[in-house]
Design a protein around this ligand. Structure first.
Ligand SMILES: Cc1cc2nc3c(=O)[nH]c(=O)nc-3n(C[C@H](O)[C@H](O)[C@H](O)COP(=O)(O)OP(=O)(O)OC[C@H]3O[C@@H](n4cnc5c(N)ncnc54)[C@H](O)[C@@H]3O)c2cc1C
Length: 406
């Protein structure tokens, strides 16, 4: 026996819940179910943002917001004009969740707990009569076209469902992408995004926890980024590195995560300008030991390490620096070469680049261009962003649009 619904949403994550709630609020008469393969729903929301859930980002201009999406920049422009980060704040406020902005623009629930978001969604689904069916892993999807109309038949391991409209919000799930390929959709092959770099290098070995404002380039590519860099026990992390990992997700995958980066610890200053400053310092501080105090806005420990790497001993005084040592130091400061050998997971947030080819989706409705009444929300499509709340914003925006068009 099949269970019949007007709308079935496959995937009990951020995209699935947001879609279901918005559909039910707009049309309470519809019979809606969320099918979730796991025992629990919203598991990624729970662990997101280090358990605090970085819900969105305080960037309220659609044309600015799209710039944070390495994949989806062009396509999200229209959707963000329909539902942007400001709408997210308002939506959550209306549903009893107040958000706060942190210094770097990330927005979290005031409670600092992702449980607040989970409670908001689960109580809304209860109130609206949405059926949340867990332990339902969708195995097959069939499209039926009959004289009575078109409908979708969905099979899980132990149940059958029938619905008129089908929303897929299964996140980065290879099995579902395979099913969609059988329906004629193209899938951009998945690769990880948002990761940190593994680097074993004596210059940073003793510096975990040290951070600096830098610019970074990947050798032999056009990939560059700027922002804070954090030295970790295994290499380098922080916004400057995570941005490179997102924009370079495919290129770095193709390099098998073996590549060289150039770090400019003085941000955008070039080696010549750095040398001029170093010469001035040589004059001013001639009797002082070079390694003792960082003349730049980064920690002494980092300065000392770069000084030693330039072939300058701990006790060498500014006055005694040779021309070669000055050049070495300006090079270390502005063009430090580091070999990356592999990547590590960034625990606060990670996503997959890849998914349903954007050309095959109508972004006014989030409906498949090939199959009417088939909709997509969230990470299942080939859209992903850098860290900062942008990935959830994509889930909210696409879910809202699906709901609006249904
Ligand atoms: C550790 C971590 C932290 C993160 N933190 C943040 C953050 O703070 N801010 C931010 O913006 N982004 C964050 N992200 C990214 C964000 O979680 C995702 O972009 C977002 O969850 C995507 O939502 P979704 O609904 O598309 O997919 P998901 O959240 O992955 O949900 C998909 C659901 O579908 C279910 N499913 C899959 N296949 C089937 C099937 N065949 N049948 C039934 N159910 C199925 C899955 O079990 C899952 O519950 C984080 C990601 C990770 C991994």
């Amino acid at each position: 026996m099949s269970q019949n619904f007007d709308i079935i949403i496959v995937g009990g994550g951020a995209g699935g819940f947001f879609t279901a709630i918005n559909i039910a609020e707009k049309n309470p008469k519809l019979k809606i179910a969320i099918l979730e393969r796991g025992k629990e729903v919203l598991t990624k929301v729970r662990i997101s943002g280090g358990g605090r859930c970085n819900v969105t980002h305080a960037c309220f201009e659609p044309n600015e917001l799209v710039k944070f999406y390495p994949r989806g920049e062009k396509e999200l422009r229209g959707p963000f004009h329909q539902f942007c980060s400001g709408d997210t704040i308002e939506w959550f406020e209306k549903h009893g969740v107040e958000l706060k902005i942190e210094d770097d623009g990330r927005m979290f629930p005031v409670s600092n707990s992702s449980q607040t978001i989970i409670d908001c969604f689960t109580s809304a689904t209860k109130k609206l009569g949405i059926q949340v069916l867990t332990g339902q892993s969708v195995q097959s999807i069939y499209k039926s076209e009959t004289s009575e109309g078109n409908f979708w038949k969905i099979e899980t391991q132990n149940e059958q469902y029938i619905c008129e409209k089908l929303v897929l919000a299964t996140g980065s799930n290879p099995k579902m992408w395979e099913t969609l390929q059988e329906f004629g959709h193209s899938i951009v092959s998945p690769v990880p995004s948002l990761f940190t770099f593994n680097i074993k290098d004596p210059r940073i070995k003793e510096l975990p926890g040290v951070s600096a404002q830098v610019s970074v380039k990947v050798k032999d590519t056009k990939l560059t980024s700027a922002g804070p860099l954090l030295v970790t026990h295994w290499g380098m992390s922080g916004p400057a590195i995570l941005k490179l990992s997102a924009w370079g997700a495919r290129t770095l995958f193709e390099k098998n995560y073996q590549f060289t980066i150039f770090v400019n610890w003085l941000n955008d200053m070039d080696a010549e300008d750095a040398e001029v400053i170093l010469k001035e310092l040589k004059q001013e501080h001639s009797k002082k030991a070079v390694s003792k105090k960082s003349p730049f806005e980064f920690p002494n420990r980092l300065w000392e390490s770069l000084v030693l790497a330039s072939g300058i001993s701990e006790e060498t005084k500014w006055a005694d620096l040779s021309k070669m040592q000055l050049q070495n130091l300006s090079n270390q400061l502005t063009n430090g070469q580091f070999q990356v050998n592999g990547k590590s997971t960034f625990k606060e947030e990670f996503v997959t680049a890849g998914g349903i080819d954007l050309k095959e989706i109508n972004f006014k409705t989030m409906e498949s261009k090939m199959h009417p009444n088939l909709f997509f929300a969230g990470e299942i499509v080939n859209i992903d962003a850098i860290t900062g709340g942008f990935n959830f914003q994509n889930a909210w925006t696409s879910g809202f649009i699906v709901a609006n068009s249904i």
